[in-house]
Ligand binder design. Structure first.
Ligand code: BES
Ligand code: MG
Ligand code: ZN
Length: 498
């Protein structure tokens, strides 16, 4: 999607405005016709009076005034005192989404930002507008159109507005990148292909990129990544991205993402229904790539490392099998009782590698367990961890950006459920709590470093008909990018916040 954002003169009259769509936001029961022209004002007023449109949240109505403006979309924001980042983003995305089906290839959308409060929400509006236009069209003969977005605003604080637009553009491109990667079919996104894509993105955005190839993974003793990869003809890689925004010796935050380019289950093979969705099993790593690109472009003044342990999980003749024992990078061993619990095995090596950086925090994202969908559906990602401060920071960042997370406990009882008779631990627990026993497995690989695990199994892609948000489209959601970039952008604030 080709998108340009610019500002219109605040003094411009509606009658002189040329646009395909004019978007206007209204708070609930605040009938204001503002400085629209008479025809528009009249239509809006009567829509209010007839209670067709009251400004309720997510309410929208389309009017036409037969002039330069093809369509005018009125969007409800709900009560003024309940406005937040997510509501504003969603409202903006309803506007731009509306034009996706339009026949013309060049589209102009104008957002009328005439209320002072909108000035604080320009980033949210930019993000929503951009994500509302997201479409995975790589495999479509006809590609989507080029869109120009105009903000027709008060323009009182131009510099801040420009900053907010810039940030919103960077973050929404990060989310779109994560979506693109997750949406790619596994045949066109093998571990090696993903590695070269990551390299290109790194060069462009100023990240350091190290690709640890199969031989090196073996030498390093990364038995988890190697073990899972054995049933596939595609060699595994571990992709390491570095953003040095802080002082050289400053401890980094390490972000780890499960990057299984396709999860068939391996020898413990999955049922065939919806197995295609397992191309999305790389969503954690896709988010890491989107996060790293964003933090680099935003020049976040911190050191941040991204790690993507990347492989397919297939049942080829050389595949790892139930009963096998794998040894990880930190020398711990695990008995494999189900080859479909592969995510924790590749994460084990990556989390152990994260410890080499003596990080101030480790955060991992993974489409780890179907059980998490049972617990939280697609509304929230599951959060578990070993550090109350870091968990609180995550929860506060989550509230700010609207990507929901919910904590599940990680008590010692759960850790006992994965003890093995013959190895240090086993890769599945018995007796329920599948999301938590998976996290308990991971906790063996983070040492005493502050760590949070996000299970994004339910939130990484849109299961048919689940989300009503305009900024979430069918397929991958890019979940985690907004949340982690928000956290990293305001790390000091969140570390002090109660
Ligand atoms: N990638 C899956 C988890 C998953 C399933 C994510 C469905 C999203 C939708 C993961 O590798 C997996 O297969 N987990 C198993 C673990 C079980 C064998 C302990 C699961 O959840 O069934
Ligand atoms: Mg699996
Ligand atoms: Zn998986």
């Amino acid at each position: 999607m080709n998108m340009i954002v610019s500002f219109k003169e605040p003094s411009l009259e509606e009658s002189k405005l040329k646009t395909d769509l004019l978007v206007m936001f209204f708070f609930e029961n605040e009938i204001k016709t503002r400085d629209t022209d008479k025809t528009t004002a009249g239509i809006i007023k009567s829509a209010f009076q007839q209670k067709e449109f009251t400004g309720k949240i997510n309410q929208s109505i389309l009017i036409r005034n037969n002039k330069n403006i093809n369509k005018i979309l009125l969007i409800g924001l709900g009560k003024r005192n309940e406005l937040n980042f997510e509501r504003m983003m969603n409202a903006a995305s309803i506007g731009s989404s509306f034009m996706i089906k339009s026949k013309s290839s060049k589209i102009k959308i104008t957002y009328r930002l005439d209320d002072k409060v909108f000035e604080e929400y320009i980033q949210a509006i930019t993000q929503g507008a951009n994500l509302g236009l997201y479409k995975f069209d790589k495999y479509k003969k006809t590609k989507t159109k080029s869109v120009t977005i105009h903000f027709w605003g008060r323009g009182k604080n131009k510099r801040d507005e420009r900053n907010q637009i810039g940030t919103g553009m960077v973050i929404s491109s990060g989310v779109s990148l994560a979506r693109d990667i997750s949406n790619m079919p596994s045949s066109d996104c093998t571990p090696l292909m993903l590695a070269s894509r990551a390299k290109k993105i790194s060069n462009k955005s100023g990240l350091k990129c190290r690709i640890i190839k199969k031989d090196q993974l073996k030498k390093l003793g990364m038995g988890g990544i190697i073990g899972v990869s054995k049933g596939s003809h595609q060699p595994p890689v571990c992709i390491v991205l570095e953003h040095q925004g802080g002082k050289k010796n400053e401890k980094p935050v390490v972000i780890v993402g499960k990057t299984i380019t396709f999860d068939s289950g391996g020898i413990s093979i999955k049922p065939s229904a919806a197995m295609d969705e397992m191309k999305h099993d790389k969503s954690g790593g896709a988010a890491v790539l989107g996060i790293m690109e964003s933090v680099s472009r935003l020049k976040i003044p911190m050191n941040i490392i991204g790690i993507m342990p990347t492989t397919e999980n297939l049942p080829g003749g050389n595949a790892y099998k139930p009963g096998d024992v794998l040894t990880f990078y930190n020398k711990k061993t695990a008995e494999i009782l189900n080859t479909d619990a592969e995510g924790r095995l590749v994460l084990a090596d990556a989390l152990a590698l994260a410890q080499d950086y003596k990080p101030k925090a480790i955060i991992d994202l993974a489409t780890l367990t179907g059980a998490c969908i049972v617990a939280l559906g697609s509304v929230a990602s599951g959060m578990m961890g070993n550090n109350d401060t870091l968990k609180r920071m995550m929860l506060n960042a989550s509230k700010a950006c609207g990507e929901r997370i919910w904590e599940l406990p990680l008590w010692p009882e759960y850790k006992n459920m994965i003890k093995s008779d013959i190895a240090d631990i086993k890769n599945i627990g018995m007796g329920g709590a599948g999301t938590i026993t998976a996290a308990a497995f991971l906790s063996n690989f983070v040492g005493d470093y502050p760590w949070v695990h996000l299970d994004i199994a339910g939130t990484a892609w849109k299961q048919r008909g689940t989300s009503q948000k305009g900024y979430i489209k069918n397929g991958a959601t890019g979940v985690g990018v907004m949340l982690i970039v928000e956290l990293l952008s305001n790390w000091n604030k969140y570390s002090k916040l109660k």
